[in-house]
Design a protein around this ligand. Structure first.
Ligand code: MN3
Length: 342
């Protein structure tokens, strides 16, 4: 669970009052959120029977199964955000049910018949700038949903570069998850599991998609969008997808932690790689939110120190001297990586 060390998210979430952020900060035991309308509210697009079963049986089961999987385990302490961000490190049952809970909570919220697309809204302006029109966006969502083999979701999401993008995911995965090839914060999600449409549309997923895209609550999507742009979650994903940082982190963790236990063999063997990965970090593109004078200076300090460390290894410096240098560099690294909890 080496990535389950980041604590930055939780406190800042208190800043938000919106339902999406509130949901993400939840911890065990998770609760089924109240449906924001009557079962019949989306008729004729979604029939009341489908809505009732989908919400009171399927979504309720994700919440129940998630709680059952977490109960009494060390993973009880994680927020819903963390369960998704590091989904690949948890048991499959936790990933699937945490995703099911999050995805359905978002889905109920972004549906509605009385809140059409507005070109003047923040998300409206971004949709037009990115896709040309809402019709073009809907075509992409339709394609994402109709071509997803088996069960899954179609997503409109905000990328770490703060751009809008469309993708689909299998099962209950979503773009927050480390297992997803497309990373970001979802602002609109369409459930394409058969349980979402079979009673009314039978096997005709495309008819369902055409209809459901007319029942999007764009005011809710706009709220999700404006929250996503400033979300600490987006910044975490930006850091998690900073490849050069992850690569350096791997060498740092593999050499520093043994040195804390008095084992200097890993750094003696890997000091060249340590320097090379630090140089790659310096040469690579720094994600926008991290491109500050303080972080750029830390990266320069890291490269300089890694060069000195590599020289010390070549000159067969003592364990004590190497451990001291490595500890200094570990401190420098944490001005970039953020605080850790082990
Ligand atoms: Mn569903």
């Amino acid at each position: 669970m080496k990535h389950l060390i980041h604590i930055a998210i939780i406190g800042i979430l208190a800043y938000f009052t919106g339902s999406a952020a509130h949901l993400q900060a939840q911890t065990y035991p998770f609760e089924l959120p109240k449906l924001p309308y009557a079962y019949s509210a989306l008729e004729p697009v979604v029939d009341a029977a489908t809505m009732e079963i989908h919400y009171s049986k399927h979504h309720a089961a994700y919440v129940k199964n998630l709680n059952a999987a977490l109960k009494g385990s060390k993973d009880e302490r994680y927020t819903l955000d963390e369960l998704m961000l590091y989904a690949g490190e948890f048991e499959e049952v936790i990933k699937n049910n945490a995703g099911g809970h999050y995805n359905h909570s978002l889905f109920w919220n972004i549906l509605g018949l009385n809140s059409p697309f507005s070109a003047q809204s923040e998300v409206g302006k971004a949709v037009i700038a990115t896709f040309g029109s809402v019709d073009s966006l809907n075509k992409l969502l339709y394609k994402a949903g109709s071509t997803r083999f088996g069960s899954g979701w179609a997503w409109l999401y905000v990328t770490p570069e703060k751009k809008l993008a469309v993708c689909s995911s299998p099962n209950q995965d979503n773009p927050i998850m480390d297992v997803s090839p497309n990373r970001g914060v979802p602002v609109l999600g369409i459930d394409v599991w058969e349980h979402a449409y079979y009673l009314k549309y039978q096997n005709k997923r495309t008819d369902y998609l055409t209809a459901i895209l007319t029942a999007v609550n764009w005011e809710a999507v706009n709220k999700n969008y404006t929250e996503a742009l400033v979300s600490p979650l987006l910044k975490t994903i930006e850091k998690e997808t900073w490849t050069e940082l992850s690569n350096f982190h791997e060498v740092m963790a593999g050499t520093f932690h043994p040195s804390e236990e008095g084992d200097l063999k890993p750094i003696r063997e890997r000091s060249g790689e340590f320097l090379e990965k630090a140089k790659a970090l310096q040469a690579g593109k720094i994600p926008a939110s991290f491109n500050t004078p303080e972080i750029r200076k830390s990266i320069d300090d890291l490269v300089k120190g890694a060069g000195e460390l590599n020289q010390m290894v070549a000159k067969k410096a003592s364990d004590k001297a190497l451990a001291k240098k490595l500890t200094e560099l570990h401190d420098v690294f944490h001005t970039i990586q953020g605080l850790c909890r082990h």
